[in-house]
Design a protein around this ligand. Structure first.
Ligand code: ARG
Length: 463
C-alpha cells in the first residue's frame, strides 16, 4: 500500500517522507511568527547601524528599512504567506523582503547571524511581557487597595491551619495580597533590569570582523548596553528562565488567593459574593453559582510552572554557544505569559466586583473563641500573670465555655472567678472582636488604623 509519498520506514503511520519530517521537526515558524514585530524592529535597527558605519549604502539601508515596514504591515493585516520550508520568522521575513525590494535585501544579514537575531527578538518579546506583568499586577493591587480601604474596619476570622485563630480585618487580609503581588512586581522589575543587554551583533558566536556599532543598535532597541561576551550573548536564556520563575511565584500567589475565594464563596462560608460576571451556572443544578474563574486561576500554576520546568530542563547541560535545543524555549514562554496575563486580568475583575458579606464575616469572627488570646493578654496586663499561667487560665475558661455551649463573652463574671478570682468585669472589654482588632496596633498589625496607614502608603507608591 506504500507509495512514493509515504514513509518507507514507518509505513502508514507517517504519510510524509523523511524530508517532510525533518521540516516538521526543524521549523519554528508555526509559533515564532509571534516574534515578527520584534524581528523587524531588530532588523531595522541593524540596517540603520550598517549604513551609519559605512558597511552598506544609505540607499540600501533606506530600501531595507522601508521594505521591512511593508512586510510588517502584510503580517499585521494577515495577508502574509508564512512558509514552513523557510523554517522560521527570520528567514520568512528576509525572503519576503527580497521579493519586495530585490537585491539590497541580501545585504541585511551582514555582520549578524540568526543566533544573535533570535536572542534579540525573543528578549525584546519577553521584556514586553515583563512590562505587561508589571502593569497587570499594578491593576490587581489597585483593586485590592479599593477593597482594603472600604473594609479596613470589617472584622473577619483570621485562620491558622484553616482553624479560627484571631479576629482580623478584611482590609488586613486584602493588604496581605498587596504585599505578595508587590513582591511579584519587584521580581519582574528586577528581571527586566538584568535582561536589558543587547545580544545583537554577537553574530553566530564569535562576533564579527565588520566594523559594527553594537552600542548604536543596543540604544535603538532600548537596551542599556550591548552584552559584553558574544558566546554568552547567543546562548543566554536566563531572561526567559527568570521571567518564568517570577511568573511561577506569581501564579502560586494567584492560586492561593483563588483558593480562598473558592472557599469563601461556598454556602458553608458565605464570606464573599462573587459577581455574576465572574461566575457560571450549572447545567443541571439550578441553584448553583460556580466560581469558575477562581478555579481556573487556581489551576494556571500547572502550566506556568510546567513551562518553567520544561525550559530549565532544555537549558540544563547545553554547551556553549547556540544549540538548536534552544528553539524549544518559545512555546513554553508564550503559553506561560498568555496565561499569566489572563489570570491577572481575571483576578483583577473578580476582586473589583466581589462583595464582602460583612455580617457573615463578623459572626464567623466571633465564633470559635477567637478572642482567647486577648483574654490571656488581659490577664498578663491587668493581673500581672506570667503569660504561660495566663495561657493556662484562659484554656480553662475556654473549656468551661465549651462545656456550657456558649462563647467567652457569655460566661458570667462569677463563673470566671471560679477559675481565677482576680478577674474583674473589665475583662469583658477585650472579649469583643472589634476591641480585639482595634488593640492590634503594632506595625503591620490588623488594627484598622494600621490597615489604613498601609493602604495610604501603597496608594502613594502606585500613584
Ligand atoms: N529558529 C531558530 C531558533 O528559534 C533561530 C536560530 C537558528 N539558528 C541556527 N543556527 N540554526 O532558535
Amino acid at each position: 500500500m506504500t507509495d512514493k509519498t509515504s514513509n518507507a520506514m514507518w509505513g502508514g503511520r507517517f504519510a510524509a517522507g523523511p524530508d517532510a519530517i525533518m521540516e516538521a521537526i526543524n521549523a519554528s515558524i508555526g509559533y515564532d511568527k509571534r516574534l515578527a514585530k520584534q524581528d523587524i524592529e531588530g532588523s531595522r535597527a541593524h540596517a540603520a547601524m550598517l549604513a551609519a558605519q559605512g558597511i552598506i549604502t544609505d540607499n540600501d539601508a533606506k530600501a531595507i528599512r522601508e521594505g521591512l515596514l511593508t512586510v510588517l504591515s502584510e503580517i499585521e493585516s494577515g495577508e502574509f504567506q508564512f512558509s514552513t520550508a523557510l523554517e522560521d520568522i527570520h528567514m520568512n521575513v528576509e525572503a519576503r523582503l527580497k521579493e519586495v525590494i530585490g537585491e539590497p535585501a541580501g545585504r541585511l544579514h551582514t555582520g549578524r547571524s540568526r543566533n544573535d537575531q533570535v536572542a534579540t527578538d525573543f528578549k525584546l518579546w519577553v521584556r514586553d511581557q515583563a512590562d505587561a506583568a508589571i502593569e497587570g499586577l499594578e491593576a490587581l493591587m489597585n483593586a485590592l487597595l479599593a477593597q482594603a480601604e472600604a473594609g479596613a474596619g470589617w472584622v473577619m476570622p483570621g485562620f491558622t491551619h484553616l482553624q479560627t485563630a484571631q479576629p482580623v480585618t478584611w482590609g488586613h487580609h486584602m493588604m496581605a495580597y498587596v504585599e505578595m503581588f508587590a513582591r511579584d512586581r519587584s521580581r519582574f522589575q528586577d528581571a527586566r533590569k538584568r535582561m536589558n543587554e543587547s545580544p545583537l551583533g554577537a553574530a553566530a558566536l564569535a562576533g564579527t570582523g565588520f566594523p559594527i556599532d553594537r552600542h548604536m543598535t543596543a540604544q535603538a532597541l532600548g537596551f542599556d548596553a550591548p552584552a559584553a561576551n558574544s558566546l554568552d550573548a547567543v546562548s543566554d536564556r536566563d531572561f526567559a528562565l527568570e521571567f518564568l520563575s517570577a511568573a511561577s511565584i506569581c501564579a502560586v500567589h494567584l492560586s492561593r488567593f483563588a483558593e480562598e475565594l473558592v472557599i469563601w464563596s461556598s454556602a458553608q462560608f458565605r464570606f464573599v459574593a462573587l459577581s455574576d460576571r465572574f461566575s457560571t451556572g450549572s447545567s443541571i443544578m439550578p441553584q448553583k453559582k460556580n466560581p469558575d474563574a477562581a478555579e481556573l486561576i487556581r489551576a494556571k500554576i500547572g502550566r506556568i510552572l510546567g513551562a518553567m520546568v520544561a525550559l530549565f530542563t532544555v537549558m540544563k547541560g547545553l554547551p556553549l554557544a547556540y544549540s538548536k535545543d534552544m528553539q524549544e524555549d518559545k512555546e513554553q514562554v508564550f503559553d506561560a505569559a498568555d496565561n499569566l496575563m489572563l489570570a491577572l486580568a481575571a483576578m483583577t475583575g473578580m476582586v473589583s466586583d466581589m462583595t464582602a458579606q460583612q455580617d457573615n464575616l463578623r459572626a464567623a469572627a466571633a465564633s470559635g473563641f477567637s478572642t482567647a488570646t486577648d483574654l490571656a493578654d488581659w490577664l498578663v496586663r491587668e493581673l500581672g500573670l506570667p503569660f504561660r499561667d495566663a495561657h493556662h487560665v484562659t484554656g480553662a475558661l475556654v473549656a468551661m465555655a465549651e462545656a456550657k455551649g456558649c462563647d467567652l463573652p457569655e460566661l458570667s463574671l462569677d463563673d470566671m472567678k471560679t477559675v481565677h478570682d482576680g478577674i474583674t468585669v473589665g475583662v469583658f472589654d477585650v472579649l469583643t472582636v472589634e476591641n480585639s482588632v482595634a488593640s492590634r496596633t503594632s506595625y503591620g498589625g490588623t488594627a484598622p488604623e494600621q490597615v489604613r496607614a498601609q493602604v495610604a502608603r501603597w496608594k502613594e507608591a502606585l500613584a
